[in-house]
Structure formats: C-alpha cells, structure tokens
Design a protein around this ligand. Structure first.
Ligand SMILES: [Zn+2]
Length: 229
C-alpha cells in the first residue's frame, strides 16, 4: 500500500513551536516500503536541513518496533526499521532525550548564526547532532567573541509560523540562505528568535533560549564548532 505524506499538516512538529515537544502520538500505519513504515502523521523529524532524523519506537500492543532513523523518499516519510510486520495502527514514541539535545543544538545554531552575521559572517553550511554542531562560515578566519555570546542567558522566546513564499521578507531573513529552499515549497515555515533572528527552517527548536543550558563554542579556521556540556 502506498500513500503520500506531504510537507503540510501531517508533519506535526511543524505546527508551532510547542509541537516540537510532543513525545508520543497515536498513528495509523499506511504501509511498509524501502525498509520503513509510512504513517498517517508523524512527530519524528526526517533527516535533512542540517538536522539528523529522529529515533524512537512504534508500539503496537506488546510489540515494540525500534525506529533507527527517519528519511524522506519521494513524497513519503519513511520510519526506518529492520523489523517489518503487518500492523494498522500504533503509538509512535520519540527518543525524547536525544531529540531534546538536538533541539538545544539547533536553537543554539540559529542564535550563533544570527550573532556572527551581525559581525559580517555568513553561515554557508550548518549541521547539528545530539550535543555537537558546526557552522561553515564564509570567512577563512572567523573571530568570535570570547564570552561565546552567552546565548543561554538571553532568555529569548521562539515562535514558528507559516508564510507563503511570495510574502517572505528577504530583509528579515537576510542571514538565511533562501536559495536553498526547494522550488516546490510554497508555504515556508519560519522560526523566529525574539529580537534576534528569523529563518526559514523545517527543523525542531526550543521554546526559549534559556533551555539551552551550558554550552561551548570555538572557531578552528572558518568553522564555528559548538556543543553542550
Ligand atoms: Zn532550525
């Protein structure tokens, strides 16, 4: 059985900043193909945009089906598992501890990209993992502030909203590389850190920068590397 899961309403974690905090959800299982389960909706982020795919469990009765990664293939979001079985519904449970670390890292990345942009450095490539991340800047010798910008002390709230592509304000998102947005995307998910940053992003983020906790940041060459203590 093949079903399509579009970029729209079925990606529950795109519905607002709070939706990244949903840890489990009841789902219908639409099929299994290419090593992964296709569901009617998901709280699991699929690998891409500089953020890893989520992990967790699909629970059906006494059966715990481990999900080791989530990837998009064509229009389908595949919840990858080596355990193939016929079920029509279940509970999708996120590996929350890992995801929360990724949310901290991703929010930290947005904030660092924003503060270095003010000093004239662009972020060409960004990648975050649970506890570690990096930004490839447009400078071969990037200098950052010694205090690491104290982003965790900023106490800035985040919000997420949807805007149509033609209504995107390029000035507001100057530090964001909008050329990377796939042409097929008409509705753009924007993540805003109050008074600091706005960027088109389909990843998962915190509600407030104060949740980041203690972190480190360093600059070997043109990279900015950062991580959690
Ligand atoms: Zn993001």
């Amino acid at each position: 059985m093949k079903h399509l899961l579009s970029d729209g309403g079925q990606l529950i974690y795109l519905q607002g900043i709070e939706s990244s905090y949903i840890k489990e959800i009841d789902v219908k299982v639409l099929g299994y193909e290419s090593g992964g389960y296709i569901l009617d909706k998901t709280i699991m982020h699929y690998q891409g945009g500089g953020q890893p795919g989520d992990r967790g469990m699909l629970v059906s009765g006494d059966l715990n089906i481990p999900i080791y990664n989530v990837k998009k293939k064509g229009k389908n979001v595949l919840h990858l598992s080596t355990l193939e079985t016929q079920i029509d519904k279940g509970k999708l449970v996120l590996d929350w501890e890992r995801r929360y670390k990724i949310m901290k890292m991703h929010t930290l990345q947005h904030a660092i990209s924003a503060v270095i942009f003010r000093d004239g450095y662009g972020s060409l490539i960004t990648e975050v993992f649970p506890g570690y991340g990096f930004i490839e800047s447009n400078s071969s010798d990037i200098k950052i502030r010694k205090d690491g910008y104290k982003i965790n002390e900023m106490n800035k709230s985040l919000k997420r909203y949807s805007v149509s592509r033609e209504n995107l304000d390029p000035k507001l998102m100057a530090r964001c590389n909008l050329d990377k947005l796939p042409k097929s995307v008409n509705e753009v998910s924007v993540v805003e850190i109050e008074g600091l940053d706005s960027c088109a992003c389909a990843g998962t983020h915190l509600k407030n920068t104060s949740e980041i906790g203690n972190y480190w940041v360093r600059t070997p060459g043109k990279r900015v590397e950062f991580g959690l203590f």
